[in-house]
Design a protein around this ligand. Structure first.
Ligand SMILES: Nc1ncnc2c1ncn2[C@@H]1O[C@H](COP(=O)(O)OP(=O)(O)OP(=O)(O)O)[C@@H](O)[C@H]1O
Length: 379
């Protein structure tokens, strides 16, 4: 059982130079290159923000590295950064050469573990990099990607049809592809903040014993979400709601799912709107109306479905700014982080078997006969 409640962290970035020049007050601790553990209940009040215990990114990574390690054992994992624009999501996920983020650290962990593996298993690592931009899915590993569609696959669940998956031999190769994809996302999106990026790493592990081959398939999704303030703006009563076209529907739907899933765990509600226009369980009529108007038929929540409630160990890193002018966004992010703690997922190994050819069975039978005959001779 993977419990998101144990896997929610809040990362508070330092004030940027621009914020310091504007003489904004810092609500976080003075040197807030910090991450706040939400294992204790957050009460979203202004004074609490400064009092929450802080950890640094290395501490968070130490906590989540066992989840990442599970991927080479056939388990799924999802790590997503959630926060308002400029709160530090990309920095947390990608980082800098001096201060590598969770994507870089996770990839190095996976390849280090494969290198150290003592079994004779054969590993195959591949990666894909879809982008969801205004409800359209693009492939960032393609030079000029068309619109891609989601399909329900009986074996692999929800898949993006036609998405390129590239086999890779090292973490550096994936980081190269990531940089290439990132350069495309800048040139291809006219409104970078409305996009979500999912770096998906699949690790196939072929295990061979005497009689059959087994394949374990673990999947790691590293998600850099769009700024969450569009969701929180509508959640605050719709006052700041501007042009409907500017609203990020995916994020509204994600916030809606987090809310519904959190309530579901607490109260036993059954309905989660992954692909539905209906809004469940909202007392806030404005939020409900907005979602109904926009229709939350969301590609993002469908892609993340496993990560939110299905077969995946999920970690949410909520990113916040310490600047006082971001207080309203910070509170909303902390509310979602608190709600997300209630979400529970069921994790199991993804095991498949390789079809054994009739000739292989014949060889096995022959070898067993010989061993049996030898044993009979000895006794
Ligand atoms: N831990 C940190 N240490 C130093 N600087 C940071 C840190 N986190 C974020 N920053 C800086 O804060 C600014 C905003 O960060 P970032 O671009 O990661 O935000 P974001 O949430 O991804 O924004 P967007 O929603 O626009 O993609 C950047 O200038 C980044 O360098």
């Amino acid at each position: 059982m993977g419990n998101l409640g144990e896997n929610v962290a809040v990362k508070c970035r330092p004030l940027t130079e621009a914020e310091q020049k504007r003489k904004l007050n810092c609500l976080g601790p003075p040197t807030c290159q910090r991450t706040i553990s939400t294992s204790s209940k957050i009460r979203p009040k202004r004074e609490d923000i400064a009092l929450i215990m802080c950890l640094d990114l290395d501490d968070v990574y130490r906590n989540i590295s066992s989840t990442i390690a599970g991927v080479i054992q056939g388990l799924n994992a999802t790590v997503f950064a959630y926060g308002s624009t400029g709160s530090g999501k990309t920095y947390t996920m990608v980082g800098t050469p001096k201060d590598p983020g969770l994507m870089v650290l996770s990839l190095h962990t996976i390849f280090d573990l494969i290198k150290k593996d003592k079994t004779s298993d054969i590993f195959e690592v591949s990666c894909s990099f879809p982008q969801v931009y205004n409800e359209v899915i693009y492939d960032l590993l393609e030079k000029s990607s068309g619109h891609l569609e989601l399909r329900e696959d009986p074996e692999h669940g929800i898949v993006v049809a036609g998405l390129r998956s590239i086999k890779v031999q090292s973490a550096d190769k994936i980081l190269e592809l990531l940089n290439l994809g990132n350069s495309r996302r800048k040139t291809e999106s006219t409104e970078a903040n409305a996009t979500h990026h999912v770096l998906e790493i699949t690790v196939k592990r072929k295990q061979r014993n005497q009689y059959q081959s087994q394949i374990l398939r673990g999947k790691l999704a590293l998600v850099d979400l769009a700024g969450s303030e569009r969701a929180s703006e509508t959640n605050s009563g719709g006052q700041k709601l501007r042009d409907g076209a500017n609203i990020n529907r995916s994020l509204l739907a994600l916030a809606n799912c987090i809310n519904a899933l959190g309530k579901q765990q607490k109260k036993g509600l059954a309905y989660v709107p992954y692909r539905n226009r209906y809004v469940d369980g909202f007392s806030d009529a404005t939020f409900g109306r907005v979602l109904l108007t926009l229709s939350s038929y969301s590609k993002l929540t469908r892609i993340l479905k496993d990560g939110l409630s299905g077969n995946s160990q999920t970690i949410m890193v909520a990113t916040i700014s310490p600047a006082d002018d971001q207080y309203h966004h910070t509170i909303n992010t902390l509310k979602y982080a608190d709600r997300a703690k209630e979400i529970k997922t069921q994790v199991h190994k993804n095991i498949g078997t390789v079809h054994t050819h009739v000739a292989d069975y014949q060889r096995m039978i022959d070898s067993l006969r010989l061993r049996l005959a030898a044993k009979k001779r000895i006794s």
